[in-house]
Design a protein around this ligand. Sequence first.
Ligand SMILES: C[S@@+](CC[C@H](N)C(=O)[O-])C[C@H]1O[C@@H](n2cnc3c(N)ncnc32)[C@H](O)[C@@H]1O
Length: 230
Amino acid sequence: MNNLDLYAKAEHLLGIQEATEALHELYLHVLQDYSVNTLLDVGCGRGGFMQMMQESGVTCKGIDLSPVMVDACKKEGLDVECIDIQEEHGSYDAIVAIFDVLNFLDKTALSEFLEAVAEKLNEGGIFVADINTLHGFSNVAEGTMSAEDEHSFLCVDALFEQNKLHTTFTLFEKESQGLYTKLQDTIVQYFHKIDTFSRLASLKLLEKQNISLYDRNDKTLLVLQKKVKQ
Ligand SMILES: C[S@@+](CC[C@H](N)C(=O)[O-])C[C@H]1O[C@@H](n2cnc3c(N)ncnc32)[C@H](O)[C@@H]1O
């Protein structure tokens, strides 16, 4: 099992449902200012945002690197694939990467990812994504929590140092006869400066918005547009 699948299995215990919905509402609101008929949701998770956009008449495709997430989307009848953005062949009016997706990428991977985004956008197409601020990483994300339901027990331990957040997930899943299976893995998230997005060859930074999801200014929302080829 990859570490993103462990995240997928643990997500329902993280208590992020309300924040996720608030973030989806914000993205919906931002996208309403643009002409969007087709949308690619990168790191689509369980597909909640795609469902919302489809209800507004937008044709959506999702991609995610977690097979667990992709299966959940397929059960909802959504158009999803378990592929990297480099392997995507379509072109879209808008691409989104919602809730930390860009922070899962290190500097090199982010640069390759943004080039692929520009390549998959139609002329004038827009890319909307959020990134965690330093405050979001060090004051909000860092720390320890635990949660449980009748099937599983989760412990999360997150440490932010040298601009990286190391989050270790330990999930105990109840088996028969009082036995548990223990799953453990670490996800690393990388802090990115806004500057990274203001000097890209193929995307122009149109807008940056402070977001206060759990605390004041813990995230920044970025809106970028594909540059017209000279
Ligand atoms: C915090 S979840 C957010 C899910 C969803 N966007 C939402 O708003 O509910 C991050 C998702 O990004 C996926 N992911 C992380 N890195 C990715 C990448 N490079 N390409 C595609 N999916 C990725 C993870 O598997 C996970 O489903």
